[in-house]
Design a binder for this molecule. Structure first.
Ligand code: NAD
Length: 463
């Protein structure tokens, strides 16, 4: 739907007025919106998985694991915890404030804007929406134009499950995004590229609007030679599924490249080839288990990365592509030049460079000398190396011996540091991302001290 500035401003005025009525702050309202989201996911499951297949070629299992299942888990937690999250938490005051009490009371921020990305079109839209409504806000959600079937499904059906006076879905691309950013918001929650993140932050500065930026970057993994063949296989399978089995590598926390000791590299490549075949068959295109590239532009971008002559020479597995089907085969590169685009840009696709190092310990320096990553994965049982990774590298998350696991843990804050963004969400962190934690203090009239009042005399300090 085309949105004029006038229509948008009228709608937002009404939404603000509705927020002002206090309705969205009530616990029953919040519960009913969470229930509405739950019903949407249950009743529209078939339409949701069909849309994900249509826009991104995701298999039902992948769609269920990454979007429906994860969202149901979040909704269950939010519904179960809502009263507890909403309750003020008692706080202590200094002893000098005799006969007093204090608490920290969460209050909604107001009218919030959520702009999301296309790779997990439901998860990245509804995960923050759950936090926003649980916290009692009014919300405008703008999903991505690059996953149009999914966005249109959200725009068509969410209003029938949710309170449309408080929650609106607006479809559109950068033009609509720009229009939205010209408005005044009480919070902007953005998922997308660092380029647009900068635009969002500049727009937010005009009204001093707080922002959460969930951005991307290059997430490294390291694998040491792990002692047993079982450990090696488990590590390789986990690396491959994290790269090729979640939206074909089009994920912000997908492994971007792998660091390995030179002496272990040929064993690693052999194991990877073997397990790619076991997971995706001899003909991965026909396997149905690998998602498609979102559109022609991204396909061309990835094709350009791969066809750079020096990079092409480094292909040790895969490399085939089908533009009509937007398919790129799981592809492994061994030691592409570090100054090539594939090692400079976020790959966001099914291409996995392996970079060899003399010693696996060198990976600490390799990683810490590059921009901070959204996630680092370290497949190692070496306790000294684990400790060094914790203390000498910085990233949104750090996972040992697995990957992507952190995304589904409600108990862990999900978000970036440095150029991959700031602000946290998931679980209770989502509620906090859309709340102001107000300090409330109460004092009795029964006691008072003369020395806290003027006239100031030095003896008052000596008490
Ligand atoms: P993008 O920045 O191009 O678009 C994101 C959203 O911003 C879309 O809804 C788009 O319509 C909107 N937009 C684009 N231009 C705009 C403008 N000028 N003004 C206002 N809105 C505008 O990013 P993308 O292609 O959707 O996503 C890819 C990037 O997102 C990657 O870098 C990836 O790592 C990152 N990402 C991060 C996370 C995370 O959770 N940290 C999740 C998914 C994707």
């Amino acid at each position: 739907m085309e949105y004029s500035v006038e229509t948008l401003e009228r709608d937002l005025k009404n939404t603000r007025k509705y927020y002002g009525s206090g309705k969205t702050k009530e616990a029953p309202w919040r519960e009913s919106q969470l229930k509405g989201l739950h019903n949407f996911l249950v009743e529209k499951e078939e339409e949701i998985v069909t849309a994900l297949k249509h826009d991104l070629g995701k298999h039902y299992v992948e769609a269920f694991r990454d979007e429906l299942g994860t969202l149901m888990k979040t909704l269950n937690l939010a519904t179960k915890s809502l009263k507890n999250w909403m309750a003020g938490k008692e706080a202590k005051l200094p002893r000098i404030a005799l006969l007093s009490s204090a608490e920290i009371v969460p209050e909604p921020l107001g009218l919030v804007l959520i702009i999301s990305s296309w790779n997990f079109p439901f998860g990245l839209s509804l995960e923050p929406l759950i936090g926003a409504v649980a916290a009692g806000n009014s919300v405008v959600l703008k999903p991505s134009e690059l996953s149009p079937t999914c966005s249109s499904l959200l725009a068509t059906f969410l209003p029938t499950y949710l309170d449309n006076n408080a929650i609106k879905v607006i479809q559109g691309g950068p033009e609509v995004g720009k229009l939205l950013l010209q408005q005044r918001w009480d919070k902007i929650f953005f998922t997308g590229s660092a380029r647009v993140g900068r635009i969002v932050m500049s727009a937010a500065a005009v009204h001093l609007t707080p922002v959460t930026l969930e951005l991307g970057g290059k997430c490294p993994a390291l694998i040491d030679s792990l002692s047993s063949s079982w450990d090696k296989e488990v590590a390789v399978k986990r690396i491959l599924v994290a790269k090729f089995g979640a939206c074909a590598g089009q994920a912000c926390i997908a492994i971007d490249y792998v660091l390995v000791e030179k002496s272990f590299s040929s064993t690693l490549v052999t194991l990877m080839k073997e397990w790619i075949k076991k997971m995706f068959g001899e003909n991965p295109k026909a396997s149905n288990s690998i998602a498609r590239i979102v559109n022609k532009n991204h396909f061309m971008r990835l094709q350009n990365l791969l066809t750079e002559p020096r990079v092409k020479e480094s292909v040790v597995y895969g490399g085939s592509m089908d533009e009509n089907d937007l398919f790129i085969e799981p592809t492994i590169l061994l030691d592409p030049p570090l100054d090539s685009a594939v090692m400079a840009e976020e790959i966001f696709g099914p291409v996995l460079p392996i970079i060899t190092l003399e010693k696996i310990e060198d990976s600490v320096e390799f990683i810490s000398s590059r921009p901070k990553a959204l996630a680092i994965y370290a497949f190692t049982k070496n306790q000294t190396l684990q400790r060094r990774m914790v203390s000498e590298t910085s990233s949104g998350s750090l996972v040992f011996n697995d990957a992507i696991l952190q995304y589904v843990a409600d108990t862990l804050p999900f978000g970036g540091v440095g150029e991959c963004g700031f602000g946290k969400y998931h679980g209770k962190f989502s509620f906090d991302a859309f709340s102001h934690h107000k300090a409330v203090a109460r004092r009795s009239y029964l006691t008072d001290f003369w020395f806290r009042f003027p006239p100031w005399t030095l003896d008052k300090l000596q008490l």
